[in-house]
Design a protein around this ligand. Structure first.
Ligand SMILES: [Zn+2]
Length: 201
């Protein structure tokens, strides 16, 4: 399934995988200059009633540290932008936007934790030896090797749909297929619930 949010959420987060090498500069432009700046997008969307882009823009913001300031990073681009950092113009956000952001970040963290129990905590239906350990190892990998992605449940769920490209020690085929199906469903549901996650309704 193709998501409207991919231009926003996927484009940045998917490249944060430690397993993949991102192209940091294309046509001499930093990643941050090639994607929409989320705070400006929120301001424009709010001022002109284009609410459809708000969920993806808030999701993108939720992945960023408030230290990642658009202007500050451009004062010294070599330090962060060169390594693919994403930034926002935080000062464009009003108090209501910030409240929505905090609310959303809490709920997204809960979604990430739920992946551990609802996907990797499931029992093997075939009772195959080793599946529990393989599932635990996969989840441990996400927690230990992709700390940035732990803020990004859509990205983790995307990776759960292609575990075979990330790991060699996989659970059995039935488990792997189940993980793909559950992850796809959860990803679709999470994307659809973003307006509620960020109190946009
Ligand atoms: Zn299994």
């Amino acid at each position: 399934m193709k998501y409207e949010c991919d231009a926003f959420a996927g484009a940045s987060s998917r490249t944060s995988r430690p397993t993949g090498r991102r192209r940091l500069r294309i046509d001499g432009r930093y990643l941050d200059d090639r994607l929409p700046e989320p705070a400006s997008a929120i301001r424009i969307a709010s001022d002109h009633g284009i609410s459809s882009i708000l969920p993806a823009a808030f999701y993108q913001l939720a992945l960023l540290s408030t230290d990642a300031d658009w202007d500050a990073y451009r004062a010294n681009p070599g330090k962060h932008l060169r390594f693919g950092a994403r930034t926002a113009r935080w000062r464009l956000l009003d108090k209501r936007d910030l409240m929505r952001l905090v609310h959303g970040q809490k709920l997204l963290a809960a979604h990430t934790r739920a992946i551990g129990t609802d996907i990797f905590g499931l029992r093997c239906q075939r009772n195959m030896k080793g599946c529990t350990k393989a599932r635990n190892d996969c989840w441990k990998y996400f927690q230990e090797n992709a700390p940035n992605s732990m803020d990004d449940p859509l990205d983790i769920l995307y990776d759960c749909m292609r575990l075979d490209t990330l790991f060699t020690d996989l659970p059995c085929t039935a488990c792997t297929a189940e993980i793909t199906i559950v992850a796809e469903k959860k990803r679709r549901e999470l994307w659809r619930s973003l307006p509620a996650v960020f109190n946009l309704q």
